[in-house]
Design a protein. Structure first.
Length: 473
């Protein structure tokens, strides 16, 4: 059983986590014609928007209730109600999520009551779905805020039904935040190769992976899962839950719709993907497509090719719980060891980590643990780059935010093909670390010597003594 070491420091040094409101916003951005609205100061929203824009390189719709000094003291319920009216009137979205911040949570705002008052005061906007979520940024992390938002959206907008299997090819996928747009695209392809149709909840691959439209500007999301699809989730033949953080949302969806659920903590590596293949074979009634058999064989070959570099590799990982769990299992599958594991927050995936202990902390904790454990490679987001530089170690970038590379958000880690490429990337980084796993160069005593140096020097005096001492004339 993995030991979870809780935070004891009074402050974060070199913070690792992104906040819950950022996670809630990311979940909202995966729906078509949606708008996240953060209930807090303008600075909270601006800070989140900067990271989103730098990560995805896309315009990001994000609104704020703009709490100031007066409303922070006297109450900001009107900010929520009038903010909802303004967004509904000007932007005409299909979905608005009201996400609390540390400021509004400390004030004690009841955002769900504010939504009810908005409904009573402005009934003309009843066609706009509004979901309120408590996402204080002084607790949790991006993953927990994302999961809480999806849970509330399902609870509010998915109707109860008993129509399992009416859509004979539809498969629901509750996609956790560790899945990149590239991961989602690849997972969609895999499901379609089995003759099935995938409905992602949410789908950031469609909304945050590039749009060129005729319109100069859209104040709301373009692409993503249409809200109308939520009403069809009860007619699917199965639901796939990817990421332990999404289990609660999966439980609610199964209770409401009775659609059978298949759960996967991650889709990294051959073992996890084999489990997905067996599930899709059962769901579809079809055999594994030839192209996936080929990709599996390619992954097996890559495992043989890279085990020289990755076997016994000492890795330090800093990430949200689901992603930390996925990479730790991939490293162990290749014979490596996660010698330093730091999570941005608590989560159900931490209990199944293949490590002795995991610390809920920051990048300072990871740096200290990695140095003490003599780590050879770092896995983390762009915030961890300077840490890797101080440790003189290579880093595999993953997670959120990735602001020092272009296109990092669309990289594919999952599947046989994605896992194969990830093994190659890890191996190349390990090789760049001073060739740590290569056999040291042997230098013979018979090599060329300076003119004034005799060749009668005993072998024991050389760096690599390997033969009995004898002299040569």
């Amino acid at each position: 059983m993995t030991e979870i070491i809780r935070r004891k420091k009074a402050m974060s040094v070199n913070p690792l986590k992104a906040s819950q409101p950022v996670g809630g916003s990311l979940a909202t951005l995966g729906f078509d014609r949606a708008m996240p609205m953060l209930h807090g100061s303008q600075g909270c929203t601006a800070f989140a928007k900067v990271f989103f824009v730098r990560h995805f390189r896309e315009p990001i719709p994000l609104q704020s209730t703009a709490m100031d000094q007066s409303s922070s003291v006297m109450g900001a319920d009107d900010n929520v109600i009038e903010g909802l009216k303004t967004v509904a009137e000007k932007s005409k979205p299909d979905l608005i999520t009201v996400l609390t911040t540390g400021l509004s949570e400390t004030q004690g705002t009841d955002v769900k009551r504010c939504v009810k008052e908005f409904r009573a005061k402005y009934p003309q906007y009843e066609n706009v779905a509004v979901v309120a979520v408590n996402t204080p940024d002084f607790s949790g992390c991006l993953e927990s805020g994302y999961a809480a938002t999806i849970t509330e959206i399902i609870d509010e907008l998915v109707p109860e039904s008993n129509k399992v299997g009416e859509r004979k090819r539809q498969v629901n996928i509750l996609a956790g935040p560790m899945l990149t747009p590239g991961d989602l695209e690849h997972l969609r392809d895999i499901i379609e190769w089995f003759g099935l149709r995938a409905v992602f909840v949410p789908d950031v691959s469609d909304s945050l992976d590039g749009h060129l439209t005729d319109a100069d500007f859209s104040p709301i999301t373009v692409g993503g899962t249409p809200l109308a699809e939520l009403k069809t989730l009860g007619e699917a033949i199965a639901t796939l839950v990817v990421g332990a953080s999404m289990n609660k949302a999966g439980d609610i969806l199964e209770q409401r719709t009775h659609v059978p659920t298949y759960r996967f903590d991650h889709l990294f590596g051959i073992k996890a993907m084999d489990a997905l293949m067996m599930a899709l074979t059962t769901i579809s009634g079809n055999k594994v497509p030839d192209r996936l058999e080929r990709q599996r064989a390619q992954l097996q070959d890559a495992m043989v090719d890279t085990h020289f570099m990755l076997g016994f590799l000492r890795v330090a990982i800093a990430a949200d719980p689901d992603q930390l769990n996925a990479f730790a299992h991939l490293v162990r599958e290749m014979g490596g060891e996660t010698v330093a594991a730091v999570a941005a927050g608590d989560g159900p995936a931490l209990a199944s980590l293949p490590v002795e202990s995991v610390k809920i902390g920051d990048l300072e904790d990871m740096e200290q643990m990695a140095r003490e454990a003599k780590a050879e490679l770092i896995i983390g987001n762009s915030h961890a780059v300077q840490t890797a530089e101080r440790l003189h170690l290579p880093i595999l970038r993953c997670g959120f935010p990735l602001y020092d590379v272009v296109g990092g958000y669309q990289k594919t880690f999952i599947g046989y093909a994605g896992s194969r490429q990830t093994l190659f990337d890890l191996s190349n980084l390990a090789l760049s670390n001073n060739h740590a796993h290569e056999v040291p160069v042997y230098r013979s005593i018979y090599g060329q010597k300076p003119a004034n140096e005799s060749f009668t020097q005993p072998l024991e005096a050389t760096a690599h003594g390997a033969y009995p001492t004898h002299a040569h004339s």
